[in-house]
Design a protein around this ligand. Sequence first.
Ligand code: AHG
Ligand code: MN
Ligand code: MN
Length: 337
Amino acid sequence: MHNNRTTITQFIIEEQRHIEGATGDFTSLLNDVVTACKVISNLVNHGALIGVLGAAGTENVQGEDQKKMDVISNDVFLKTNEWSGHLAAMASEEMDEIYHIPSQYPRGKYLLTFDPLDGSSNIDVNVSVGTIFSILRCKGDCKHPTAQDFLQAGTEQVCAGYALYGPSTMMVLTTGKGVNGFTLDQNIGEFILTHPNMSIPEETSEFAINASNSRHWEAPVKRYVDECLAGKEGARGRDFNMRWVASMVAEVHRILTRGGVFMYPVDEKMKAKGGEGKLRLMYEANPMSFIVEQAGGASTTGRERIMELQPKELHQRVPVVLGSKKEVELITSYHND
Ligand code: AHG
Ligand code: MN
Ligand code: MN
C-alpha cells in the first residue's frame, strides 16, 4: 500500500510534465517552499521544549506585536529560498521592504510573497497556526526587482498554497488546475497526497466572523449575520453554526473540508482610521482567494472579486468575504444593494 502513495515532489513533477516548455525551475522552487514549511512545522511542534513560544518584543511594519515564531519562521523562509537561483526577490508580512537576494546567489524569474506564521496569536495557546505563500512571475528587470514588480493582481499568481500546523501538518496547493491537499508523514518527512481535488460545497450553514467587532460593522454585514442568527425563524429559514479560530489558514481549511463562509470585513472603526480591512492582499487575501476559487468557491471584498484588484502597495489591506459560492454571492449582493 505504501508504494502507491504519491509524495508532493512526485505530484509536482508529474504536473510539470504536462506544461510545455517547463524547465523545472518552478518545481525546484516549490520544493524549497515545502522544505521551509517542514522546518516551521518541526519548530511549532516542539514549542516550549525548544523555547520558541512567547513574544519577540518587536513590532512589524503593520504595528503588530511579533511573536518569536513570527520572526523565526520569516527567517526560515528567507534562508531556505534565497540560494536556489529561482527567485528575483521575496516579500513578507514581517518585513517592511522587499528582500533582495544576497549578491553571492543568482537571481531567477519568480517572486515569492508569504505570511510566515498566520494566526500567530494562537501559538502560545497551542491552537492551529499556518503559513501562506504566493508565487508570481517577475515581469520587470529580474536582476534589479522593486516593490512595484510585486504589485500584480491575484489573477497573475502562478501558484498559491498554505501549510496548516494542526493536529496533523498539511500542505494545500494550487497552480490553477484545482486544489490538492497533502499530509506530512512525520516518520519519513514527506508530504503525501491525501486530499486530491478538494472542492467547497456551494451551500453552507456555517459562518466565521469576529463578532466582537459587530457594533462597528457596515449594514450589509450586520444584515447577513443577523439573518444567520435568526435561524429557522428568520429570513434564511434554517439554523446556522458559527466558528472563529482566529487563524485564516485554519478557517480556509475548514471551509475547503466542509464548506462555510469566512469574513473579515472593513468596518466603521477601521474606516475612521483610514483603514480598508485587516487582512493583507499580497500574502493572505490573494493566495487564499486563488485556492478558494480553484476549489469552486468565491472570494470578494464584499463588493468586488479580490483577485481582480490592482494592488497599490505591498502591505495593502483588504476586506475579505470567502467560501461557499452561494453564500459569498448573497453577502456580496447585500453590499451592492
Ligand atoms: P497574523 O497572525 O498573520 O497577523 O494573521 C491573523 C489574521 C488572520 O489569520 C485571522 O483570521 C485574523 O487575523 C484574526 O483576527 P482577530 O484577532 O480579530 O481574531
Ligand atoms: Mn496572517
Ligand atoms: Mn503572520
